[in-house]
Ligand binder design. Structure first.
Ligand code: ATP
Length: 356
């Protein structure tokens, strides 16, 4: 096992800079998810760790070893791809053992390692089949088996679940988590799905335009996003955002959005400054009118069973609330909401940076 260190890593494709000096230290045994919208550079970063993409600038270390110029096979990393990349003419056992055979590992030892991986992944009874005779989820497990048998220092996953249906994705997610608990191998996992990133990783790294926006434990980035971008990217449905203004004219300074106002605490912002007020759907509470922060009109509601999402109109803005499924709702009905001030996020309207 090993740590992975990225120091000021840059990637240029011709004149286009896809990665802008990324610094990241991944601890031995840590599970890190790289997440971000399409084109943010997450696959490029992963491929640079794998050695599949040349590094244009900076230093990359696996353990204490500088690997910038090291060939993929010399890095002792194993990558699991989105499309599995299995050999169709080989049996599952042969597919799993292929890398070991190429390395000249003895036949008996290959058999032992393949059997062990198959047992971990619960695919023992599939070993004599061909990839074409497996379901998508089973193929995904075989691809992981191929990575496991090599006992690499680092596992690299590139959107491994994106070709699976929703239920299977959740099952496989649990499998991957269990696998990491069992083997404790340093893992870098690329996904555009923030739920996958949050549920799997010890640390989530949110990227945008080739730069790290924030890196932290899942609950940390959820509770304290450092920018409007991260606030909107993490959490589903996404954080409500209102374009509000600082009002220092009254007796107690406040942030106002129409009738909704929030006491202005330790924020240094001038009177009239534009700020963005953020709060999550799950932090809105239906309450009596006299205790309410604001009233909003129900536009659409979506029962999920465990709770109901209500999209409501608040003075021209759309906000979403996650509500008790028992609460009677009707389109056009008025709901009174309170929000715990501790759950409110404030962002700079211009650059999106967190203010409080
Ligand atoms: P996605 O989720 O869509 O796969 P990503 O975050 O993984 O996105 P990358 O594939 O890392 O993004 O690409 C980062 C940027 O680099 C994108 O703007 C992409 O168009 C560009 N890029 C990637 N590969 C090449 C290439 N071979 N030549 C030129 N530009 C490239």
């Amino acid at each position: 096992m090993a740590s992975v260190t990225l120091e000021k890593i840059v990637k240029d494709y011709g004149k286009f800079r896809a990665v802008h000096g990324v610094d990241l230290n991944i601890r031995d045994g840590e599970f890190v998810a790289l997440v971000g919208p399409s084109g943010c550079g997450k696959s490029t970063l992963l491929r640079m760790v794998a050695g599949l993409e040349e590094i244009s600038g900076g230093r990359m270390l696996i353990g204490d070893r500088l690997v910038n110029e090291v060939e993929p096979r010399g890095r002792d990393v194993a990558m699991v791809f989105q499309d599995y990349a299995l050999y169709p003419h080989m049996s599952i056992a042969e597919n799993i053992g292929f890398g070991l055979r190429m390395r000249g590992v003895a036949k008996g030892e290959i058999e032992r390692l393949v059997a062990e991986a198959a047992s971990i992944l619960q695919i023992e009874d599939l070993l004599s089949r061909k990839p074409g005779q497996l379901s998508g989820g089973q193929r995904q497990r075989v691809a992981m088996g191929r990575a496991i048998v090599r006992r690499p220092k680092v596992f690299l996953f590139d959107e491994p679940l994106s070709n699976l249906d929703a239920k299977l994705r959740v099952d496989m997610r649990t499998q991957i988590k269990r696998l990491h608990q069992m083997l404790a191998t340093t893992t870098i996992y690329v996904t555009h799905d923030q739920v996958e990133a949050m549920t799997l990783a010890d640390r989530v790294v949110i990227l945008k335009d080739g730069r790290i926006m924030q890196a932290g434990a899942p609950n940390e980035v959820y509770a304290r996003p450092n920018s409007r971008f991260v606030g909107e990217f993490i959490g589903s449905p996404q954080m409500n955002m209102l374009a509000a203004r600082v009002d220092r004219a009254g007796r107690s300074p406040a942030i106002r959005y129409g009738a909704f106002n929030v006491p202005l605490s330790d924020v240094e912002a001038a009177d009239g400054a534009e700020v963005v007020l953020g709060f999550r759907p799950e932090h809105l509470q239906v309450c009596a009118p006299e205790r309410a922060s604001f009233a909003a009109v129900v536009d659409v509601f979506e029962p999920l069973g465990s709770d109901t999402l209500a999209v409501c109109m608040l003075e021209g803005a759309e906000i979403t609330a996650r509500l008790d499924p028992e609460l009677p709702l009707e389109k056009g009905g008025t709901l009174h909401f309170s929000v715990d001030p501790a759950r409110i996020h404030l962002f700079d309207a211009q650059n999106g940076a967190r203010l409080a």
